[in-house]
Design a protein. Structure first.
Length: 146
C-alpha cells in the first residue's frame, strides 16, 4: 500500500505557522498601557518524493548490483528474478523565533521598545576582548623584535 500525504492538512499547518500570531503576541493591557510583544520569526521547509519499480518489473531499469542480488535471491533453482528498486523522501519544516521588542501604547502615543539580548551583548564583548588581546600581543611581539 502506498502512502499518500494529506496535502490539505499540511498546507493548513504551514499557513497557521506563517500567521500574524507568530510575529505579534497577545496584547497585554495594564493601568491604561497597552503592550504588544513582537518577535523575529524565520521559517523554512522542504519536501521530497520518490519512486521505484515492482519486483519482476522492467529488467532494463535495474542497476548493476541488482543482477547479483537477483541471482542470490533466486538461489539454486536458477530462476531469474528482477530485484525491486526504489527510494523515497519526506517533508521537513523548521522555525526559529526570538523576541524583537514590544509596541507600547499609552497617553504619550505609540513607541517601540526593543528587546535586549544579553547573550548577544556578552558574546560581542568576548569577541572584542579577544581581538584587543590579539592586537596587544602582536604589538608587544613586534616591539621586542626591534
Amino acid at each position: 500500500m502506498r502512502y499518500i500525504p494529506d496535502l490539505s492538512r499540511i498546507s493548513e499547518a504551514v499557513a497557521e505557522s506563517f500567521g500574524v500570531r507568530q510575529v505579534y503576541g497577545e496584547p497585554v493591557e495594564r493601568d491604561g498601557v497597552l503592550v504588544v510583544p513582537a518577535a523575529r520569526v524565520s521559517s523554512g521547509g522542504g519536501a521530497g518524493g520518490g519512486g521505484g519499480s515492482e519486483p519482476g518489473g522492467d529488467p532494463e531499469r535495474r542497476d548493476e548490483g541488482a543482477e547479483d542480488r537477483a541471482e542470490t535471491e533466486a538461489g539454486a533453482t536458477g530462476d531469474s528474478v528482477v530485484a525491486a528498486e526504489g527510494g523515497g523522501g519526506g517533508l521537513g519544516f523548521g522555525r526559529h523565533a526570538e523576541p524583537a521588542g514590544a509596541f507600547v501604547v499609552d497617553d504619550q502615543g505609540v513607541r517601540w521598545v526593543p528587546a535586549v539580548d544579553v547573550n548577544r551583548i556578552v558574546l560581542g564583548g568576548q569577541v572584542a576582548l579577544v581581538l584587543v588581546a590579539a592586537a596587544v600581543a602582536w604589538a608587544v611581539s613586534r616591539r621586542r623584535r626591534r
